[in-house]
Design a protein around this ligand. Structure first.
Ligand code: C2E
Ligand code: MG
Ligand code: MG
Ligand code: MG
Length: 301
């Protein structure tokens, strides 16, 4: 019967499920007992002008180097940190690190006296739990004050899920933040389920087109039309578009032809250490553009 079949299936999957849960519990425990300052690491991935390969900014991406697990990636621990609430202090720490780094880049650009170069901005991911925390506004203000970063050089990346509950408090919070002079980006744009009307209602400056749309650009006319539609919409609303996960020159060319200005992806660079990011700030443009030398992405040489 279906019941016994179900039972059999349960038996078959049970050990797997249990070890998954055990691993989760272990990770959670390791996470809870780790001190933020000494356990985590922030990497920086360049955000570049598609046409020139010049660095416009960097995205801060957290890592958890673990003695036995190796480099633990965010998708393995951000959800856990959200559930336990540890994402609140962890996120604040990432913000402080990133802001301090951006101030260093600004200094080195100014010292280099390269007239055509603008200091790169820094973009920091903010999880829904962090954003909804009562102290979030103060955390951002403190990060600005402590680092001395220009508010215009700071971008906060939110996902559509934050805006799903179209409530007044969230609008107020976003208005207070943008009144400080910082900008807000919508991360993984197009993957959420919220209505597009939020683009008019909330003070948003940047749309980051999710990698899943960029992946199929050259192969699927539907994906091409979707991305072109987003680029057009952004243009009409006066928003900046950043394409995520650009891995080849074909994607780069198609995005340029759509009027997409900025991108991130292994074609240009993988996330790099703070030290390497500091070197990239003063280095020649990234990518494989005609007339410029090929600079292989970090870790691929
Ligand atoms: P995200 O914000 O959408 O970041 C982009 C992710 O795509 C990063 O993964 C980046 O390394 C990866 N990526 C960039 N270019 C390419 C490419 O060309 N090909 C491929 N295959 N991947 C590319 P990462 O660093 O593993 O981060 C995953 C997610 O974890 C992030 O997605 C973000 O949602 C979250 N995250 C990372 N750092 C933080 C943080 O400090 N706080 C919070 N709340 N979330 C974070
Ligand atoms: Mg992001
Ligand atoms: Mg993203
Ligand atoms: Mg993503």
């Amino acid at each position: 019967s279906a019941k016994t079949a179900g039972k059999r299936q349960w038996r078959r999957y049970h050990p797997e499920l249990q070890s998954g849960m055990a691993e989760r519990a272990n990770l959670q425990e390791a996470l809870d007992s780790s001190s933020i300052e000494t356990s985590f690491l922030v990497l920086y991935q360049p955000i570049v002008e598609l046409a020139s390969g010049q660095i416009a900014g960097f995205e801060a991406l957290v890592r958890w180097p673990h003695s036995t697990r190796g480099m633990v990636l965010p998708e393995q621990f951000i959800t856990l940190a959200e559930e336990s609430g540890q994402i609140v202090p962890l996120g604040a720490w990432v913000l402080d690190q990133a802001a301090a780094e951006a101030v260093r880049w600004e200094g080195s650009v100014l010292r280099s006296r390269t007239a055509d170069r603008k200091p790169p901005y820094i973009s920091v991911n903010v999880s829904p739990r962090q954003f909804r925390d009562d102290d979030f506004y103060d955390v951002v203000r403190r990060a600005l004050d402590l680092s001395g970063i220009e508010p215009a050089s700071l971008v906060l990346e939110l996902t559509e899920s934050v805006l799903m509950y179209n409530d007044e408090r969230i609008l107020c919070e976003m208005n207070s933040l943008t009144e400080l002079g910082i900008r807000i980006a919508i991360d993984d744009f197009g993957t959420g389920y919220s209505s597009l009307s939020y683009l008019r209602e909330f003070p948003i400056s940047i749309l980051k087109i999710d990698k899943s749309f960029v992946d199929e650009l050259g192969r699927s006319p539907e994906q091409y039309a979707l991305v072109e539609g987003i680029a057009h919409l952004a243009d009409t609303l006066g928003l900046t578009v950043i394409a995520e996960g650009v891995e080849n020159v074909r994607q780069q060319e198609l995005l340029i032809s759509m009027g997409c200005e900025l991108a991130q992806g292994y074609l240009f660079a993988e996330p790099v250490s703070a030290e390497e990011a500091g070197q990239l700030v003063l280095a020649p443009p990234l990518g494989r553009l005609a007339g410029s030398p090929v600079r292989p992405a970090e870790g691929k040489q």
